[in-house]
Design a protein around this ligand. Structure first.
Ligand code: SAH
Length: 261
C-alpha cells in the first residue's frame, strides 16, 4: 500500500500558525519535504525523531516529485510543507500531476496565507462595509507573465483591496499601475516583511508617493506583502459605516433585532 502525499500549508512564518490538522500530519509523517527558502526548519519540529526531513531549496520540480514518490514507497504519510497556503503561488498542480500519473493519492491542507498574516500584523482589516467588500490577491509580472486582463492597472481600477505577492522588487511597477488606475498620491500603502516571523517582522506604512523610498530606507527587498487598500488606517477614522452583522437593528439567523433600536 503506497503512502499518501499531503500538501500542507505551513502558514506565513510563525511555526505556531500551522493548522492543528497540519501539525498532526507532521507528527505522523515518515518523510517531510519542506520549502526551505520560505519555510523555517522549526516548522518541522513536530515531526517524529525517525522522520526523513529534506529541504527542497536546491531541488528541481522533477527531483521533488521523484523524492515524494520514492518516500511513498516506504512510508504511509509523506508531507510536502509549503509556505502560507499551498493554493497560492505554490506550484501545486505541477507537483501533483506526476503523483497522479504514478498512481499516488494526494490531498491538500490549507494554510494561513501571508496576505492574512500581513493584515493581522498591522492590525488592519481587508474589508469594510461601504468601503470595499472585495480582496484581490495578485502580483505584477516578473519572469511569470500576467494573463491578459490581469495587469495591475486593470485590477486596481476597481479600487478594492489589493494584496500583492512576489512584487516587492517591482514596487516601482506597482506605483505606476496604481497611479495609472487613478489612485491618489496620498493613498495609504502597507508593506509587511516576514509577517509573523518571530523577531523578524517589519511593518512599513506609507503612501503611494513615498512607500518605495520608505522600503528602500528599511532595506525591504524580499519576503514582503504589499497591501493597497481604501481600508488601511480605518482604526483611526472618525466615521465608520457599521457592519450589518453586529448592528442592533439587524435581525439574522442567530439574533433578533432589539425592539427599540
Ligand atoms: N503560498 C504563499 C505565497 C508564496 S509566494 C502564501 O499563501 O502566503 C511568496 C510570496 O509570498 C513572497 O514574495 C511574499 O510576497 C509573500 N510572503 C510569503 N511569506 C511572507 C511573509 N511571512 N510576510 C510577507 N510576505 C510573505
Amino acid at each position: 500500500m503506497p503512502g499518501r502525499v499531503w500538501f500542507v500549508g505551513a502558514g506565513p512564518g510563525d511555526p505556531d500558525l500551522i493548522t492543528v490538522k497540519g501539525r498532526d500530519l507532521l507528527a505522523q509523517a515518515g518523510a517531510i519535504l519542506f520549502a526551505g527558502s520560505l519555510v523555517d526548519r522549526t516548522a518541522t519540529r513536530f515531526a517524529p525523531p525517525d522522520c526523513v526531513i529534506r529541504d527542497s531549496k536546491d531541488m528541481t520540480l522533477e527531483e521533488m516529485t521523484a523524492w515524494l514518490i520514492e518516500q511513498c514507497g516506504r512510508c504511509e504519510t509523506v508531507v510536502r510543507l509549503q509556505t502560507g497556503d499551498p493554493g497560492l503561488y505554490g506550484a501545486l498542480i505541477e507537483m501533483t500531476r506526476p503523483l497522479t500519473a504514478a498512481g499516488i493519492e494526494w490531498q491538500v491542507v490549507p494554510g494561513v496565507s501571508s496576505a492574512m498574516a500581513a493584515a493581522a500584523a498591522a492590525a488592519e482589516t481587508l474589508t469594510l462595509p461601504e468601503v470595499t467588500q472585495t480582496v484581490i490577491l495578485t502580483r505584477v509580472a516578473g519572469r511569470t507573465p500576467m494573463p491578459p486582463g490581469e495587469d495591475l492597472e486593470s485590477l486596481a481600477a476597481h479600487k478594492t483591496t489589493l494584496c500583492i505577492f512576489l512584487s516587492i522588487t517591482l514596487l516601482h511597477d506597482v506605483q505606476q499601475a496604481l497611479r495609472a488606475a487613478g489612485w491618489d498620491e496620498d493613498a495609504p500603502i502597507l508593506v509587511v516583511q516576514k509577517a509573523s516571523w518571530p523577531g523578524a517582522e517589519k511593518i512599513i506604512r506609507g503612501t503611494l508617493a513615498d512607500i518605495k523610498k520608505k522600503c528602500q530606507a528599511e532595506k525591504i527587498g524580499s519576503q514582503a506583502m504589499i497591501i493597497a487598500s481604501p481600508t488601511l488606517g480605518a482604526a483611526d477614522w472618525p466615521d465608520l459605516a457599521r457592519s450589518k452583522l453586529y448592528d442592533p437593528t439587524f435581525t439574522h439567523r442567530f439574533r433578533k433585532a432589539a425592539a427599540n433600536e
